[in-house]
Design a protein around this ligand. Structure first.
Ligand code: UDP
Length: 480
């Protein structure tokens, strides 16, 4: 019998692509009735890191088929990418509809060696691909790479918009969202929700379309967000089934390994090192880098600091490495004074570092993958949100869940604010305390996050329900 073929359509961003590949790998490990094709859209300068990951993945011994699409010929976004990355990504994906459909027809539908198309699994920025699924007569499933709370917020946006008719403003005050326990201050909202260049509108439109899918797969777990999922299902009408199958953490693959860093960690005492790492797009200019350096020196902790350089002003792109410029950038003599207790690097092997017994704290931008990794490895976070939805993740971790130490839940890198050394030092000292309450809670959550993906765990069970539902939906399609 032909296998049930799922076609995955991600966006080329590491935080989206890596959990999606992990999800696909686990599906094939679990059930040999499935086969998977992933369609990778051509990478722009911003997404080249994800493209590199996809390439490495394709070259590994994987049964997952990867189709790389050519660059679009006629793409002209309504706004330049630096005005809104979300708007750019949405329009970029929309522009690929015909091309994606053609690829699915050629490589799956008309390919005698392929499985039988059972559905599309689309990233949260790829809801326009639901149309492609409809045209091909198969269901679409949403693959949501952020928290269930943020999923709830996006689903709430169209409802709120019908009442207010506008994006959010910084002066809106305290906002009550159905998927967050505490009211969120408008001043601390992610930039995209305030964005007037299509960012907010594109998110709202995605949120509206989520309900058109046959199921929503979320990279979270019941023991972390059970109340949120319940609130979400109670609040909205006609929500498709929500499958919380996380945490989806790729524990084997790494885009880059850096053994020198791991060797350095090997020589540090247990739980003594603070990791500072700010995601695929996090970076700091001179003034802020100096404040962090002073904060580190004041606190006296050992540290592994991933410090990267912003893209040139007015240009949107991935951060670069400071390399030889570090000496000049950091306070006079800093590198020399801290050479026995600290290491400054570019891209860090974050998961390996968090897994290392010498790492005891983590200053993080609170990207959702980083949050899940911190919980998995039981290393408490100091929150320093930067971009995307990270302010809300930081808020949820500190205020709703009590699982992180607050430095900033409302910092937006776009505002250019400088966080001062004393604030940094104080948050660092708190997180590194060995008997800190947050550390205890994070350790408990860590155990739960490992149990949930094992046989008998709730994410394991949700995964099985999803598999069963996909196969039932396929049978129904076959009978039409
Ligand atoms: N990451 C890493 N080294 C770095 C920066 C990031 O290994 O220097 C990894 C991190 O472990 C995580 C992913 O890149 O798996 C970032 O995902 P997240 O959702 O946390 O943030 P995003 O990059 O999407 O903002």
């Amino acid at each position: 019998m032909k296998k049930a073929e799922l076609v995955f359509i991600p966006v080329s961003a590491p935080g989206h692509l890596i959990p999606l590949f992990e999800f696909a790998k686990r599906l094939l490990d679990r059930d040999d009735r499935f086969s998977v094709t992933v369609i990778v859209m051509h990478a722009t300068a911003v997404t080249s890191l994800a493209a590199a990951y996809a390439k490495t993945f394709a070259e590994s011994n994987t049964p997952i088929k990867i189709i790389n699409l050519p660059p679009p010929v006629d793409f002209s976004p309504s706004q330049p990418v630096h005005k809104s990355l979300e708007n750019f990504a949405t329009e970029y994906v929309d522009n690929h509809k015909a091309c994606v459909k053609e690829a699915i027809v050629k490589h799956v539908v008309s390919n005698a060696n392929s499985g039988q198309l059972a559905g599309l699994v689309v990233d949260m920025f790829c809801t326009s691909m639901i149309d492609v699924g409809n045209e091909l007569g198969v269901p679409s499933y949403l693959f949501f790479t952020c928290s269930a709370a943020f999923l709830g917020l996006l689903m709430y946006l169209p409802i709120r918009h019908a009442q207010t008719g506008r994006e959010f403003e910084k002066f809106d005050g305290e906002l009550v969202f159905p998927s967050y326990v505490n009211p969120v201050s408008s001043n601390g909202l992610p930039e995209v929700l305030l964005n007037k260049y299509g960012g907010y509108t594109s998110l709202m439109n995605h949120g509206r379309r989520f309900k058109e899918t046959e199921g929503i797969i979320v990279n979270t777990f019941e023991e972390l967000e059970s109340n949120t999922t319940k609130r979400l299902l109670n609040y909205f009408d006609h929500v498709p089934p929500v499958y919380t199958v996380g945490p989806l953490i790729d524990l084997k693959g790494e885009t880059q390994r850096d053994d020198e860093i791991i060797k350095w960690l090997d020589n540090q005492p247990d739980s003594s090192v603070l990791l500072l790492c700010f995601g695929s797009m996090g970076s700091f200019g001179e003034e802020q880098a100096k404040e962090i350096a002073h904060g580190l020196e004041t606190s006296g902790v050992r540290f592994l600091w991933s410090l990267r350089k912003p893209a040139p002003k007015g240009k949107f792109g991935r951060p670069g490495d400071y390399k030889d410029e570090l000496q000049q950038l950091l306070p006079n003599g800093f590198l020399e004074r801290t050479k026995d207790i600290g290491l400054v690097c570019g891209w860090a092997p974050q998961k390996e570092a968090l897994a290392h017994k010498s790492v005891g704290g983590f200053v993080s931008h609170c990207g959702w993958n980083s949050v899940l990794e911190s919980l998995w490895f039981g290393v408490p976070i100091v929150t320093w949100s930067m971009y995307a939805e990270q302010q809300l993740n930081a808020f949820q971790m500190v205020k709703d869940l009590g699982l992180a130490v607050e430095l900033r839940v409302d910092y937006r890198s776009i505002d250019g604010e400088v966080v001062l050394r004393d604030e940094i030092a104080s948050a660092i000292r708190t997180v590194m305390e060995i008997d800190n309450e947050v550390r205890k809670k994070v350790k408990e959550k860590s155990e739960k996050s490992r149990i949930t993906v094992k046989v008998g765990g709730s994410s394991f069970a949700a995964y099985q329900s999803l598999i069963d539902d996909i196969l039932t939906n396929k049978e129904q399609c076959d009978h039409l």
